[in-house]
Unconditional design. Sequence first.
Length: 433
Amino acid sequence: MMKKELSARVKISFHTLGCRLNQAESASLQNRFLKAGYEVVDFGRPADVVVINTCTVTEHGDTDTRRLVNRLHRSMKSAKIALIGCQSQVQGEHLLQLPGVQWVIGNAAKMDLPSILLQHGACEPFLMIPAISKESFTVPGAAIDRKHTRANLKIQDGCNFFCSFCEIPYARGRTRSRQLPDLLREANELAGAGYREIVLTGVNVGTYDDGGKSLPDVLAALSTFDGIRRIRISSIEMTTIPNEIFRPMQTGKVCRFLHVPLQSGSDKILRAMNRKYCARDFARFIHQAYAAVPDICLGADVMVGFPGETEHDFQLTTTLLQSLPLAYFHVFSYSDRPHARSRHLANKVSETDKQSRSRLLRQLSQKKRRQYFQRFTGSVQEALFEEEKHGLWTGLTDHYIRVRVTSSQNLHNQLRRVRLQDIDGMAMLGTLV
Ligand code: SF4
């Protein structure tokens, strides 16, 4: 019966919380529903089925899901809600109690959602959380998402590092890699669909290993695609970055950009976090990267308020960040996660201290970004343009400078040279040359 209800022209919408990997997976899934005859509508529009790809990295991710589900149920009583992804994996039973939720599907089964809806459409609320495989994998379809100019390409999943604050190894399983021929098949489809920039995504992309083929092999293979002009590596752990990465940044298609999580500048805290380096290692790497690729945009993640973080530890973090040639950093406040070992640690930091430390580091990040931008004032850079807003076209350089220009031309998905002139908050204003 539900086969009929959930067949052609059933309206389905998607909402993605969390990281780029979730975005890549949602985009692939969306295309599979389109191919199966569903009508994909914008999130918020009336729909028969609403899919929320959840996140559990922070407490906020959990709260966001609950809030969204409650709001959806109030505004769209008849919509059936499917919760998939990381929070579904670790809090499935709990999520199934939320109003309007019909399906809760863990990470190992979420890409089978089209067939799950057909088979389990009419029954009682349905929970499916199969064990996560440790084997290499393939991803059906392609992550074509017409709303974005840059395509996310999933190359890896899971993590074996078990940082003490992190729930990801429980939510996404152990590290495993996508089979190289399969990811090249998708890259070919993405290039054919007109994408010029591919963003490599995963949980711990530097650990990529498909039968001995590693991240530099992926970069080399993708570089041979004519249509693809830029390959960007999303967040990558410092201890996994191969030296061979710098040459294709200087002379090839790999973007001069690295986002490298630091988390803390205090060795005591890094040890308690079970991170695999000390502050000095991190500083050495950043200087090495900067020396190898002088214009490189280096970003970092920093966490404030890990249990036991004293004012002195925080000062060590601040001093380290001040001293390094970083262009920006993302600041996160620590929160206890249900499976993470750090929840058992004593000396929790007060919310007030977390907030004030977070504020100070955000201000420092803004200052760093401004300093980075200033270096490029007057220079000509190539930007990939995305969209027009308020009369200004916005694009991105390979080294992660958001650029705004005034133009009457349609610049969508075009790579154009721009002279950068002024700093405008988080972006630079320029003119086409
Ligand atoms: S490296 Fe650490 S923080 Fe990153 S996903 Fe793995 S366990 Fe989590």
